[in-house]
Design a protein around this ligand. Structure first.
Ligand code: GLN
Length: 539
């Protein structure tokens, strides 16, 4: 293996330019050239992790195999590359400071004054270089925008690493925006010039500029940008807007970004294994028919809150040669309304994960509607809890059946209990079940047929678990418990025989779906939606 090379990715001008996807796309290209990579995200905010942040503020919490609650960009890293991330791939300023303060309390600094430079910066350098030697490339994405107060220690740390390493072992890529003046249609280079100036004041000269713009950047603007940012013409890379994020690696490749990175780092192109990705992108771009999936929940309108879910549905769609159109249904609005009207053009219903009481009863109505009308139903985490509570209430006759997350006062039929009431919380280390757990699939079940396996491993993020005494009630009434975690005797999957597709899982399969390895549950679910669309054409 070669010496580890570093690629640092910063962002300028505005936030939300897609640094995460840019990093993931560069990783994708380097893998296609035959190199091993990993990507680290450094987030300058002071929360220790995004686990406690509102989905409105921060979007999805991406969960890794080892149970880390991380930034949603790690989801892009995993979908665009073959790398698997862990807690080591996401650090926030909060976690860095927490470590520094703990060290200070332990006396590790031997009485010295603890300062941002060198103590905080050394800590940051340490977490970046911890994976050195394990990968040929470590890509490091710095969250936030150059100029933010919070990002300064992170930029200082990467500046120092840049100085410590030989020139060909590190490059700095800066992602900026080149806006278009609406009135004249002119592309403006000034914001980028300023952003690079700011970066250079900190001591970082970018090696490559990735310029987001509505259209491809013409050569004269590239020349101007090169002149004012102390770069060569060929180091200004145009990153024009695209409708499909999976096209971005192709776009960068056409712009020569991959080759340029290798040249700067004195490396050869070992192979060019890009065909499968390219084929997938063009297959996706040419989907003729579509299916409509109703997503019933809270904050379903915010695409970022369910990023991995929406991507997994898209992957399942491509595998079935259909475009998946998502229709968000606010579950709160389902009470006292005509469900047949709302669901009339919906080919399948999905109730995703969620927390809290709001909207729960609306989700129950959606699950009941799907069950009675034989519409494919997929319940993920909270969606599985909804489906079992609905079944026990309406089929088994336990009228007050509920999850203890929802029931404000004590009910007799407690179907879902806090994990800590079932297993020793100390042993779990959390009050949530987080990360990958094994699930054994029961012989003869539908889910075993879908997975083509008898044991699977999926990622979790939830607090409540199915209460074991109700397992027999559920099964006597016709619902099948098809997957269990044997070690702790926890219900993982349920299904309804005789229904075209009615399945629930306590875990989040969406975290493991990739374009080239679509998750079997999503592939099967979309196939069922397609069959439903054929049976019940839209009005
Ligand atoms: N709120 C439920 C629980 O904590 C479900 C969580 C989820 O859907 N991720 O168990």
């Amino acid at each position: 293996m070669n010496r580890t090379k570093y690629i640092f990715i910063t962002g300028g001008v505005l936030s939300s330019l897609g640094k995460g996807i840019a990093a993931a796309s560069i990783g994708n290209i380097l893998e296609s050239y035959g190199y091993s990579i990993t990507i680290i995200k450094l987030d300058p905010y002071l929360n220790v992790d995004p686990g406690t942040m509102s989905p409105f503020q921060h979007g999805e919490v991406f969960v890794t195999d080892d149970g880390a609650e991380t930034d949603l960009d790690l989801g892009h890293y995993e979908r665009f590359t073959t790398t698997r991330t862990s807690q080591k791939n996401n650090w926030t300023a909060g976690r860095i400071y927490d470590t520094v303060i703990q060290k200070e309390r332990r006396g590790d600094y031997l009485g010295k004054t603890v300062q941002v430079i060198p103590h905080v910066t050394d800590e940051i350098k340490g977490v970046i270089r911890e994976m050195e030697g394990k990968y040929e490339f470590i890509l490091v994405e710095i969250g936030g925008t150059v100029g933010d107060i919070e990002s300064l220690p992170f930029l200082e740390a990467i500046r120092q690493i840049g100085l410590e390493l030989p020139q060909e072992d590190r490059i700095f890529i800066h992602l900026t925006l080149v806006p278009t003046m609406k009135t004249t249609g002119e592309l403006k280079s000034k914001p980028t010039q300023h952003s690079v100036k700011e970066l250079r004041e900190i001591g970082i000269q970018p090696d490559i500029l990735l310029c987001r713009a509505e259209t491809a950047i013409p050569d004269d603007i590239k020349r101007k940008l090169a002149l004012f940012t102390n770069l060569r013409f060929e180091d200004i890379v145009s990153a024009k807007d695209v409708s499909n994020i999976y096209e971005i690696p192709l776009l960068y490749k056409q712009e020569g970004l991959g080759v340029s990175i290798l040249r700067k780092m004195r490396l050869e192109q070992r192979k060019d294994d890009f065909e499968k990705w390219e084929n997938w992108v063009s297959r996706r771009a040419n989907l003729k028919s579509e299916v409509v999936v109703g997503i019933v929940g809270k904050y379903v309108k915010l695409g970022d809150s369910y990023k991995s879910l929406f991507e997994a549905l898209c992957h399942g769609g491509v595998e079935n040669d259909v475009k998946v159109v998502l229709e968000s249904v606010e579950s709160e609005n389902l009470l006292d309304c005509n469900l047949a009207e709302i669901f009339k053009n919906i080919d399948a219903i999905l109730v995703p994960g969620g927390f809290g009481q709001r909207g729960f009863e609306g989700m129950i109505l959606a699950a009941e509607y799907a069950r009675l009308n034989k519409i494919p139903y997929f319940g993920i985490c909270l969606g599985m809890q909804v489906a079992t509570v609905e079944y026990l209430r309406n089929v088994a006759g336990l009228k007050d059946a509920n999850s203890m997350e929802i029931a404000e006062k004590e009910v007799e039929n407690k179907i879902f209990l806090k994990l800590k009431e079932l297993v020793n919380i100390e042993e779990m280390g959390h009050n949530m079940r987080l990360g990958q757990f094994s699930c054994s699939l029961k012989k003869g079940t539908f889910c075993r047929e879908i997975y083509q396996a008898d044991e699977i491993f999926e990622r979790h993020r939830h607090r409540y678990e199915f209460n074991p005494p109700f397992e027999s009630v559920l099964e006597e009434n016709g619902m099948v418990i098809s997957g269990k975690n044997v070690e702790r005797n926890l219900v993982e999957m349920i299904e309804l025989p005789g229904h075209p597709w009615f399945l629930g899982c306590q875990f989040h399969p969406e975290f493991k779906s990739r374009p080239l390895q679509p998750h079997p549950l999503f592939v099967s679910f979309i196939k069922a939606a397609k069959e439903h669309a054929a049976r019940a054409p839209h009005l």
